[in-house]
Design a protein around this ligand. Structure first.
Ligand code: FA5
Length: 354
């Protein structure tokens, strides 16, 4: 969005706040609101000027103006409700009609990430997976060594780590729970872990330094890549209630062999490209593969007898796709436009920050 438009929207929001603060009656509020949001008002003029922008900038500018417009309208309607409540009532208004419906109380809703966690737990438990958990503060051993990433291994650079004292760290992924689950239950095994991870990373539309992952681990005799693909396709299709487009690429993770990355067609832009998918039309979603024999050994399971698959899915990114949130940072920001479910929203959830 252009600096100029940004500036204009900031000014008009400040003007609205000023007018609301000085209006003494509901009528004054109405007049002030139509001066700002009506067709000939400041916002109307801004909307009309979109036609003069280059074609590729129009959609984004329109969206930003509409977000500001709804925000201003909300402010005015709150102020109106306050003035009306404070106004002295006539005798007729003071009579109480018990047959009238009560005032509408705004409802909260479950956070999109929590909602996706519940759905995945439900889908995977129907496939016989057990929900498992582990600590967010981990040891070097569980986060790296036991996952076939010794101290000197260059793959450690793949995960930018928040180090704490004495070889403790904030877990960079949910994969340490693979070892903890193997130690606790042995084989055969089907577990899922849905929890927070931390990375010392620069944030952008699809990267947060605190985000959720969803880990899956299945170990039994004769488990193959076919089982892995079937489980992943099924869980994504169930979550999105229709068949989703996926692609599998070779990927390197020291704890699986062979390893893959699974991408999903970006549902935010329908594949045409947006900041969240880095204009590629694909969202990197899942790292996965067949559990490396060294990892089975670290979990005290005999790789001669058992094989298994594991996957680690970007749960927060799935919540973005499912609920149309274009910027991952909105989900940790407390911004109600992103947090409230679509049917309960009062504005669009597409809150561009780039
Ligand atoms: C891992 O973390 C592996 N532990 C996944 C795995 C598990 C591979 C089991 C094989 C077997 P990766 O770093 O690619 O891999 O992260 C997995 C997913 O987490 C990514 O595909 C992405 O969807 C999500 N993710 C990674 N970094 C971030 C971030 N900074 N913000 C939001 N989501 C992220």
């Amino acid at each position: 969005m252009s600096e100029q438009l940004n500036d204009d929207l900031r000014k008009v929001t400040a003007e609205a706040e000023q007018l609301i603060a000085t209006a003494g009656t509901v009528d004054e509020l109405r007049q002030a609101e139509s001066r700002l949001t009506g067709k000939k008002g400041t916002l109307g003029q801004l909307l009309a000027s979109i036609g003069k922008l280059p074609k590729e900038d129009r959609a984004e500018a329109g969206q930003q103006i509409n977000v500001a417009k709804r925000d201003i309208e909300d402010k005015f309607s709150l102020a109106r409700a306050r003035l009306e409540a404070a106004a002295p009532k006539t005798a007729a208004e003071q009579t109480f009609d018990p047959t009238l419906p009560g005032p509408v109380v705004p409802r909260g809703s479950i956070h999109p990430v929590t909602s996706v966690i519940w759905e995945f737990e439900d889908i995977l438990s129907r496939l016989g997976f057990v929900v498992f958990g582990g600590p967010e503060m981990e040891t070097d051993y569980y986060n790296f060594d036991a996952l076939n990433i010794p101290e000197t291994h260059p793959a450690r650079d793949q995960w930018d780590t928040f180090w704490l004292d004495n070889d403790w760290l904030l877990r960079t992924h949910t994969s340490p729970c693979q070892i903890r689950a193997m130690e606790k239950y042995g084989a055969p095994l089907r577990v899922i872990v849905l929890g927070r991870c931390f990375r010392y990373e620069t944030e952008d539309a699809s990267h947060a330094n605190t985000f959720h992952q969803f880990e899956g681990l299945m170990i039994d005799r004769d488990i193959s890549i076919a089982n892995l693909v079937a489980v992943m396709k099924l869980m994504l299709s169930e979550l999105f209630h229709h068949e989703v487009k996926v692609r599998l690429r070779p990927g390197f993770f020291p704890f699986v062999e062979p390893g893959f990355e699974l991408d999903m067609g970006c549902l935010l832009c329908g594949g045409s490209g947006c900041p969240a998918c880095k204009h590629s039309g694909w969202m990197e979603l899942i790292g996965c593969g067949m559990v490396h024999p060294n990892v089975l050994r670290a979990g005290k399971i005999d790789p001669e007898q058992y094989t298994g698959f594991a996957f680690g899915l970007g749960l927060t990114r799935v919540a973005m796709m499912k609920y149309g949130v274009a910027d991952i940072r909105s989900l940790n920001s407390g911004d109600l436009r992103a947090l409230i479910r679509p049917e309960q929203r009062f504005g669009p959830a597409i809150i561009e920050k780039e």
